[in-house]
Design a protein around this ligand. Structure first.
Ligand code: SF4
Length: 250
């Protein structure tokens, strides 16, 4: 392995979002992102630092520091060590930031993890198709976002999401979309049109926004109506908030 990249942290924790919420995972968080969502809660992972932190024993929050750029080999070794430590881990999550922002680094990390028999889980904003194609052979599960303008504060990314989903469906995948009080039915209908035409059996997780950056959490009635609207067109639609924040997890 020759690739190096900018790493933020490696630790063992409880997945707090999406279809696998509640599962124990080892998290490999990389620096950098191609977007600037208004509600982003991982702003600390946007600009690379000179060092990264790595947990020394699984879930004990006893971090040591390493120097960036980190080698893919070191990342694989650290994640594998934590995976084998305390707790029955489900998989190893590659997250960010946007991990595909450093796709060559991610490719080598995932290759190394797969060579060791690990299950790899990619958490992505679902916009970088060319980069996904470079790593998809080494990824088992894809958690992809569909970003709505009402929460990102930016233009629609649906054309990018549409093409990304066509590739992601080759793997075990699900879509997560964050909704806020200002989300419109039209935005969700557009998501449904894309999912129904490409992958109607892929689960959709509607994630109520945690209030931040002026984004307001949706009302209870909105969530009930949106789930009904989505269930009329897709086979598996769940409403799951950011559980790790409730649990005080990283
Ligand atoms: S894609 Fe994710 S990491 Fe990037 S700005 Fe949006 S929420 Fe933050």
């Amino acid at each position: 392995m020759t690739s190096t990249g900018n790493l933020c942290e490696i630790f063992s924790g409880i997945q707090g979002e999406g279809l696998y919420a509640g599962c124990r995972q080892v998290f490999i968080r990389l620096y950098g992102c191609n977007l600037a969502c208004r509600y982003c809660d991982t702003g600390y992972a946007h600009n690379a630092a000179d060092t990264y932190r790595v947990e020394r024993s699984s879930g004990r929050r006893n971090f040591a520091l390493g120097a960036n750029p980190a080698s893919a080999q070191d990342v694989v070794s650290a994640a594998t060590m934590l995976f084998a430590g305390k707790g029955a881990h489900h998989s190893i999550s590659i997250t960010g930031g946007e991990p595909l922002f450093q796709h060559k680094f991610v490719r080598e990390i995932c290759m190394g993890l797969k060579a060791g028999g690990q299950t790899t889980f990619l958490e992505t904003n679902g916009t970088l198709l060319g980069e996904l194609e470079q790593v998809i052979d080494y990824v088992d599960i894809i958690s992809m976002d569909i970003k709505l303008p009402s929460v990102t504060g930016a233009e629609s990314l649906l054309p990018l999401h549409r093409e990304f989903l066509k590739a992601a469906r080759q793997r075990k995948a699900y879509v997560k979309t964050v909704v806020a009080q200002g989300t419109t039915d039209r935005e969700l209908l557009d998501v449904l049109e894309v999912m129904e035409s490409i992958a109607p059996s892929i689960p959709l997780v509607i994630q109520p926004a945690t209030p931040v950056g002026g984004v307001l959490a949706p009302k209870a009635e909105q969530l009930l109506l949106w789930q009904e609207m989505c269930m009329a067109r897709l086979s598996d639609v769940r409403v799951i908030p950011q559980c790790h924040k409730i649990m005080g997890q990283m």
